[in-house]
Unconditional design. Structure first.
Length: 497
């Protein structure tokens, strides 16, 4: 699926994950932070931006369209060109693996009277774009694709875009956001109706940028109204990107299934349209509590404390799917360790993610000795004590790779993931962070961890001062191996007499 060399990774069974970590910035909010600050007039500073490949592809596309974006220490500085101020890119925009970059940027350029070309990697070139093409064509954009509505595609915007009223046929925040971004630069009032609520980071950030956007809950769903005023000025701001709940998900499930664990993940975005997984894990008996709940820049945040817990099976209703759409691979792993059969409804959208995730979950769980099957868009997983012992086919899908690395931390036999390279699209420091908590994932993705000297604590003191007891207790506490050198030299001495 990718032209770069495949890099396998393998976790060893782990115990006692411990620590307090800050997870990488939210991917969805990072894309929106770059795109909306590009539409401001003047400088916006962004802190906590996710520096994953997907977000870097958005930055690069905006630079090609005349936006100055640079990094200064930990701060990303975007010099916005204002609504209507983008320039035609003179190159094809390569969006790599990122569906969000492609679909949202298609919306952003749709009301510009110039042509933009988009392409991406094997995975992205196989994903459906018709869902954004239909509304953007209604707004006046002229879009040509490869057959089946696939990338590469060209989009020629119009100088006279039309405001539309559009009801989303699929629950997709990407489609909703593409229309909202196009509407910013379209005279008149555009309305989007979403029958099933999806993540609302675009709406929240527009409010934070003081751009008028109305939201109304009607019997048909949420009605979002935006009145575009081309050339209007957008206030520039400082944006603090909270941690990504979809990345925190891997740490949370690891702590639940690895015996003896207790971790805290700080500054996680707790937008209720993103937290379906945590609710589901709590229903499974997961000991998950929220601390320091607060609001920042239009989003809710909290620190999440998780302790190892015995899990029981769960049934997840279809209505919850939009609030955890990226989390089913890791939920399926949690379900493999739960007592009983878990049932997850409404998963049709998983077939068109970075890979056909429904198939990837079933194929790889089955290889690990877990009974898993689909009936229509419902997934069934029977839990217990997964055997593992397989090589996982990731299909260049970051969430499949990370989910099965987590599984291998608690399965009976080691697991190898065929290719961990895709992880850098969304969670570049995943291996380092997990190993910092006590995980034992070896991968060339994390050379700093692999080549790190092992931590050794030595204890010395006078005879009968309690060295052995202290060493044993420390080893138990930190989940480390324990070597009593006193016994060792006595055993060697005895052997020689
Ligand atoms: C995203 C929306 C979701 C999600 C994706 C990010 C976004 O996609 O799967 O990872 O940032 O808007 P859909 O809109 O296709 O459901």
């Amino acid at each position: 699926m990718t032209s770069s060399p495949m890099i396998p990774a393998s976790p060893q069974p782990s115990t006692n994950l411990r620590g307090d970590v800050v997870v990488a910035g939210d991917k969805s909010i990072s894309h929106r932070a770059l795109m909306l600050s590009s539409q401001a007039l003047g400088l916006t500073e962004i802190k906590g931006l996710l520096e994953g490949d997907d977000v870097l592809n958005t930055a690069s596309a905006l630079r090609h369209m005349g936006v100055k974006i640079e990094k200064n220490g930990d701060v990303w500085r975007v010099e916005g060109v204002g609504i209507g101020g983008l320039k035609e890119a003179s190159e094809v925009l390569d969006m790599g693996n990122s569906g969000t970059s492609t679909r949202l940027l298609m919306g952003l350029v749709a009301p510009y009277p110039f042509t933009t070309f988009f392409t991406g990697d094997d995975s992205l070139r196989s994903r459906p774009m018709a869902r954004v093409i239909t509304p953007l064509a209604q707004m006046g954009a002229d879009i040509t694709t490869r057959s089946g509505g696939k990338l590469p595609l060209s989009i020629t915007g119009t100088a006279t875009p039309k405001a539309i009223s559009y009801t989303l046929p699929v629950a997709s925040a990407q489609v909703k956001s593409a229309i909202i971004l196009a509407a910013l630069n379209t005279p008149g009032t555009t309305t989007v109706i979403e029958p099933h609520a999806t993540r609302d980071h675009t709406e929240n950030m527009l409010e934070y940028f003081a751009i008028p956007i109305a939201r109304e809950h009607t019997k048909d769903g949420t009605k979002i109204t935006i009145t575009g005023k081309p050339k209007q000025s957008v206030q520039n701001r400082e944006i603090l990107v909270p941690g990504d709940p979809s990345s925190a998900a891997f740490l949370v499930v690891a702590a639940l299934i690895v015996p003896g664990s207790e971790i805290v993940v700080r500054n996680v975005c707790m937008n209720p349209l993103r937290t379906g997984l945590f609710t589901t894990l709590q229903e499974m008996g997961g000991d998950i509590t929220y601390e320091n709940a607060r609001a920042l820049g239009g989003e809710k945040l909290a620190d999440i404390r998780v302790r190892h817990s015995p899990l029981k099976a769960v049934t997840v209703p279809a209505e919850r799917a939009p609030s955890m759409i990226d989390e089913y691979p890791i939920l399926a792993v949690a379900a493999s360790f739960a007592k009983g059969e878990s049932v997850m409804h409404g998963l049709a959208e998983l077939r068109v993610k970075e890979s056909d995730r429904l198939n990837a979950i079933i194929e790889n769980l089955t290889a690990c000795g877990v009974a898993a099957r689909a009936e229509g868009d419902t997934l069934f997983v029977t839990g217990g004590a997964p055997k593992g012992g397989a090589t996982i086919t990731t299909r260049f899908d970051h969430r499949i790779a990370m989910s099965f690395l987590v599984m291998g931390m608690a399965s009976r036999e080691p697991i190898t993931v065929d290719d961990a390279t895709a992880i850098k699209t969304s969670f570049p420091n995943f291996v380092t962070l997990m190993n910092g908590l006590g995980g034992r994932i070896s991968s060339d993705q994390a050379p700093s961890t692999k080549h790190q000297a092992p931590l050794v604590i030595t204890i010395d003191g006078p005879a009968a001062s309690g060295k052995g007891t202290l060493a044993r207790r420390l080893a138990e506490h930190f989940g480390m191996d324990y070597l009593d050198t006193g016994s060792l030299y006595r055993a060697v001495g005895l052997k020689l007499v």
